[in-house]
Design a protein around this ligand. Structure first.
Ligand SMILES: *Cc1c(COP(=O)(O)O)cnc(C)c1O
Ligand code: SF4
Length: 407
């Protein structure tokens, strides 16, 4: 039986989270305000709901200058001037949909922080290209760092330009899809290497390709016997959920097993529309994973990540990775310490569903690959025993013996 004392302790373990849970709002809890923002944006563009649900309309009407932005949300003169100043160096683009998620009453809105340029971007700390992709690229457009899987980059376009992105878009940089010749060579590389059983299609954003291009690519990959699974990396369910059309979904499901990994960073990004997009994918039998980036001022707090991950499971997305932010120039205001990441991990294990616990990853500099990090639960390991602490800090030990090797 669960003792009354133990029950009390369990309730106490969750008490601090329950105190703040309802103050960390998902978009689902702000749906009326979001709809109002949407109607205001539509009125500004003289458009209607049919346009809103058309991702081509969303892409075409991305906001890329402070003047337009200031007509759609309250911006101080200083803020507008700073946006213009940053805009001379780094490009920015916000889809009308993503803009509608911004809470203008919250000066620390996590959606605004991810999408609206800030003067901090001009800080010179960090490196311009620590990704070191050249050394891991056997043919153009392919990144291979692991024995049995690789990445094909099919485009460098995205639904929007996230402010924390490791691929900072410089002014003058062209956004293009890889040409079909390049993609063909990448597919040939996979065909020639029998050990590749898992192919990740990314960019940029893989779903910026046309339906036809995605269909062709999948047909080519599926003609290779040793390709077991195909994965897409896309942020469109978050920034441009209208892209997840029934047509796209019906193409994807012809080529199962197909997985989609997306990229929610904040509970505020979970809206009716992003939920519907995830459900369309899940209903087609596509398992969904989430790759969050730990970002100062967005999600570097245990309770926020807990709410995010629980809400993701509710919309059928499994938290897969938390990435430690890379030291990219122009993103220093988003950097976090390793301790903050470990605190997040510590606050999850035991306290919430194991399903809501992703792996925390530091990317090895110089292309050394994903390196997992956990709080330390193993306190001592010796010839006969190992000593641990559990999630609540209680100590226990187990024998550390392999009986088969006993004399
Ligand atoms: C992240 C990554 C992968 C996929 O890694 P998983 O841990 O299998 O999700 C594959 N190739 C490269 C180059 C990567 O950076
Ligand atoms: S969608 Fe992904 S790749 Fe594109 S700008 Fe955002 S974080 Fe960067």
């Amino acid at each position: 039986m669960l003792s009354a004392e133990r029950e009390l302790r369990l309730q106490n373990d969750i008490h601090d989270y329950l105190e703040v849970r309802d103050s960390i709002k998902t978009g689902l809890e702000r749906q009326e305000e979001i709809a109002k923002n949407r109607d205001r944006i539509l009125a500004f563009f003289g458009a209607d709901l049919k346009d809103w649900y058309d991702y081509r309309w969303q892409l075409k009407h991305r906001i890329t200058d402070a003047e337009t932005l200031s007509k759609l949300m309250p911006l101080s003169k200083k803020q507008a001037a700073e946006i213009d100043e940053v805009g001379l160096k780094y490009r920015y683009a916000i889809s009308p949909y993503y803009l509608s998620l911004i809470d203008s009453n919250n000066p620390e809105c996590p959606v605004a922080r991810q999408s609206i340029p800030m003067i901090d971007e001009l800080d010179s700390a960090g490196e311009t290209d620590p990704m070191d992709e050249e050394n891991s690229s056997p043919v153009p457009g392919v990144t291979r760092r692991y024995p049995d899987r690789l990445i094909i980059k099919v485009t460098n376009q995205c639904g929007m330009y996230c402010r924390f992105c490791q691929r900072r878009r410089l002014i003058g940089e062209q956004d293009v899809h890889s040409n079909s010749e390049k993609i063909k060579k990448a597919i040939e590389y996979v065909r020639d290497h029998e050990e590749i059983r898992d192919v990740l299609i990314t960019g940029g954003d893989a779903f910026m390709l046309s339906d036809q291009a995605i269909d062709n690519l999948l047909a080519d990959l599926r003609s290779i016997k040793h390709v077991e699974i195909i994965r897409f990396g896309t942020r469109t369910p978050v920034t441009l959920p209208q892209r997840i059309t029934p047509e796209l979904v019906s193409i994807l499901k012809k080529y199962h097993p197909v997985y989609v990994n997306t990229h929610f960073n904040s509970p505020a990004e979970i809206s009716d529309e992003s939920k519907a997009a995830c459900e369309r994918l899940a209903d087609a039998g596509i398992p969904l994973g989430n790759q969050m980036v730990l970002l100062n001022g967005v999600n570097n707090k245990p309770h926020i990540v807990k709410k995010l991950n629980q809400s993701l499971l509710s919309i059928r997305v499994k938290p897969y990775y938390i990435f430690h932010p890379k030291a990219i120039r122009g993103t220093s205001h988003f950097w976090c310490s390793i301790e903050e990441g470990l605190d997040v991990m510590e606050s999850l294990r035991g306290y919430t569903s194991g399903m809501a616990i992703p792996t925390y990853i530091v990317n090895g500099t110089g292309g050394l690959g994903k390196t997992p990090l956990l709080p330390n639960y193993l306190l001592y390991i010796g010839r006969d025993k190992a000593v641990f602490r559990n999630w609540e800090g209680q100590i226990f030990e187990i024998e550390n013996r392999n009986r088969s090797k006993q004399p």
